[in-house]
Design a protein around this ligand. Structure first.
Ligand SMILES: [Zn+2]
Length: 285
């Protein structure tokens, strides 16, 4: 598995400023903007064919752009309908395969809804499905991190604690930490330097340096209400304290990828990167 040496920054998908909408052109544009990561958005469907994938991989290597992938929204490993659970497993397997063939390093997705079940019961179900998924991928020789994401609504499976435990118990599983989701899910919490440090310390305590050296992070501006996230907005239109988050990431020497999911995609990705680089030059710890 690829070991990142720095923190990479990039947009969730093909940059908006690109007229010619293709993954390959998107990678080149990311590089031109001074960024070095991009998330392949399979959220509605897998939009790269098995034939095209090797070219995506080749171009990403050539341009030094680290790829991650966001799996389909239609995933619920805790559906009451067994056929939907099976379809969810198949979607994750297919997304992982195409992402891997495209050179992606990490696959994130929203694992499930609680559906009013006991969180402990849901946890066990998801754990079993993920064990099956990673076994299947291993048998096929597919090497990619499998990453359930911290989700933005209390009805969705995916608290920090659940994901740390899952990562301890299932090989090749690590969490994607969506800091905007944590913030929205807790109705405005997780927004100070101390709280960000607390998240990183918990990760390190539960999963060691491995997780901090291989982080897959989502950041965006966000609006929220009593039921958690309502919509993504640009960083400067939101109360999300990205500057202190970046400080905490610097102080913990976090490596990996920050994917920006603000509506303006690459603009906020560049804002994050430039802010981070300025902080780096005024090191404290
Ligand atoms: Zn997501």
């Amino acid at each position: 598995m690829f070991k990142p040496r720095t923190l990479h920054f990039g947009p969730a998908g093909i940059p908006l400023s690109l007229k010619k909408r293709s993954t390959v052109e998107g990678i080149k544009k990311v590089r031109e903007l001074g960024l070095n990561a991009m998330e392949l958005e399979f959220v509605r469907s897998i939009n790269i064919s098995e034939n095209k994938a090797p070219e995506v991989k080749k171009v990403s290597k050539e341009y030094g752009v680290l790829l991650t992938c966001h799996g389909q929204y239609y995933i619920n490993l805790n559906s009451k309908d067994e056929a939907k659970v099976q379809a969810s497993v198949e979607r994750i397997l297919k997304a992982a395969k195409i992402a891997y063939l495209s050179g992606a390093w990490s696959l994130t997705f929203h694992a499930a809804y609680y559906m009013n079940d006991e969180p402990q019961v849901v946890y066990e179900r998801i754990k079993n499905h993920l064990k099956h998924i990673v076994k299947e991928l291993e048998d096929q020789g597919i090497e990619i991190w499998i990453r359930p994401e911290t989700t933005g609504k209390p009805t969705q499976f995916g608290t920090l604690q659940e994901l740390i435990k899952l990562s301890q118990e299932v090989e090749y599983v690590l969490p994607t930490i969506d800091f905007a989701h944590l913030h929205a899910r807790e109705g405005g919490g997780y927004n100070s330097y101390e709280e960000f440090v607390d998240v990183l310390a918990k990760l390190e305590e539960g999963l060691g340096r491995l997780v901090l050296n291989n982080m897959h992070i989502h950041v965006s501006g966000i609006e929220y209400g009593p039921k958690g996230e309502t919509r993504h907005v640009n960083l400067k239109e939101s109360d999300f304290n990205y500057k202190d988050l970046l400080k905490a990431l610097r102080d913990f020497k976090v490596k990996g990828v920050i994917i920006c999911e603000s509506p303006n995609l690459e603009e906020d990705a560049m804002l994050l990167k430039h802010t981070y680089l300025r902080l780096r030059s005024t090191k404290r710890r």
